[in-house]
Ligand binder design. Structure first.
Ligand SMILES: Nc1ncnc2c1ncn2[C@@H]1O[C@H](COP(=O)(O)OP(=O)(O)OP(=O)(O)O)[C@@H](O)[C@H]1O
Ligand SMILES: Nc1ncnc2c1ncn2[C@@H]1O[C@H](COP(=O)(O)OP(=O)(O)OP(=O)(O)O)[C@@H](O)[C@H]1O
Ligand SMILES: [Mg+2]
Ligand SMILES: [Mg+2]
Lengths: 255, 255
């Protein structure tokens, strides 16, 4: 049954959405059936694959049980990639869930009937450790952490890892760290080398071999509503996410 | 009495903290007495000026009235710059405030005795439109919006402006937009030119003449706990924030 991977980091702008969209797309190109769940009210992952929520069927209403799954799961430009799109209404979900029983388990419950239909399910989170992100960590088999090669991003890693520990010790004992991905890396700067050395020193094997270089084509592609592989397959960004997909698959097979 | 300016944008990583720290520092160098309030549990603004909260006195306890103002306001390496530092405990504030009466006014109330002591008070926010950011918008005379020259950042601007409108129509009728600042601009890319043209086209005079270029020295300076003016005063980043401070002051005088 499908593996659920949450892409999380409370530090803003570190490449969560870019990684969710382009890793999911690269796996779909490798014919793994993949679902992208947009759990951020900014709805960037939805627009990144060129899909807008239709009418009353968005992830918010689906999460609260107000609309059924077939109505919400949308196809994308890639045959094997599907998306559960968000709208800004999702801002209301955190407040609404706060007073519910088992409020951390809403997403896990709504996802479980979908697990058999997909090889991989990726969840894109907002830059926060609030209830929606906790839902995503509770529903996940593992969490993939994009790490921007910047000082503030490194500083925030401790807070994220202790939240993951807390969820593992309570709500979701099976939660693993899928990997740590260095993003927006500009190897001409000393800072990027320092952050890479620090991350590999501390986290060893958890850090992917693949690094994602800073590449303007990656920031252009969302304005065309297309993952990088469909926008500019020759770009360094597309190549990096293909290589990440290969490494991601190899890790599933235990190598 | 002092002017309160909130630096807000729910899009992550757009330069909120970098702008809060370096604009506040540049104004302090121009001998305006300035307070920097760190309202983000990531506490990046605090570490950006090299200050850690001491013992039990952080912005969280101060906000809830558990410690008095003189114990929390800390000096920095600049004579005219002070900081109200944060700790990760601030994550608890949103939940705690939710059930309080007049929960949006806590910050405005706690700040009002400080207004007479400073020329400017800047509030750095987390990447969210939750209750802490609403507190900051309610306490502010105006809001300064850092706009990263990227597609997703432009896409999110509508959501931010409608939240500002909502606060102006209810909690804080005097709330103005101080200005929109283009950040991390790399003029070698078409995207940056497109975003600048779009922003100036839509928002005209609101957009500062000064743009902040992408400059690696700006991302190195937080690791030294120093604003850019003290880390590398000759850098393009420092020059840009000095010019922003001049433009900011000129706007106060109505020119
Ligand atoms: N490797 C890269 N090279 C260049 N630009 C990039 C790269 N990765 C992401 N970007 C751009 O940087 C910005 C931030 O990335 P993204 O939005 O994916 O981060 P995020 O962590 O999802 O942000 P948020 O915290 O707001 O959800 C976006 O405008 C994106 O297009
Ligand atoms: N003009 C610039 N040139 C180069 N790097 C920059 C620039 N401005 C900010 N940075 C770096 O980019 C990253 C994001 O900036 P910053 O942390 O200030 O954004 P933010 O909006 O406060 O993020 P968050 O949403 O997490 O609070 C930081 O690592 C910062 O050092
Ligand atoms: Mg995102
Ligand atoms: Mg910040």
């Amino acid at each position: 049954t499908g593996k659920v991977v949450t892409i999380a980091n409370q530090k803003g702008g570190v490449g969560k959405t870019t990684t969710a969209v382009n890793l999911a797309a690269s796996l779909a190109i490798a014919e793994r059936k993949t679902l992208l769940v947009d759990l951020d009210p900014q709805a960037n992952a939805s627009s990144g694959v060129g899909v807008a929520a239709e009418g009353e069927s968005d992830v918010y209403r689906w999460l609260l049980g107000e609309c059924e799954t077939p109505a919400v799961v949308q196809p994308t430009a890639l045959d094997f990639l599907f998306v559960l799109p968000a709208t800004p209404d999702l801002i209301g979900a955190e407040i609404e869930l706060l007073n519910c029983a088992e409020r951390e388990f809403f997403l896990a419950r709504r996802l479980s009937p979908l697990l058999a239909d997909f090889d991989y399910i990726f969840i894109d989170c907002s830059p926060s450790l609030g209830l929606l992100t906790v839902n995503a960590l509770t529903a996940a088999d593992s969490v993939l952490i994009p790490l921007q090669s910047e000082y503030y991003a490194l500083e925030g890693l401790g807070q994220l890892l202790s939240t993951i520990d807390r969820v593992r010790n309570g709500l979701n004992p099976g939660l693993d760290v899928e990997g740590i991905l260095l993003t927006m890396v500009d190897l001409r700067t000393t800072l990027a080398h320092q952050v890479e050395a620090e991350a590999r020193g501390h986290f060893g094997e958890l850090v992917y071999e693949t690094i994602i270089p800073r590449n303007v084509r990656l920031s252009e592609s969302p304005s065309h509503g297309r993952p990088i592989a469909l926008y500019d397959v020759t770009s360094k960004g597309a190549q990096a996410y293909f290589s990440l997909a290969e490494e991601f698959i190899a890790r599933q097979n235990g190598s």
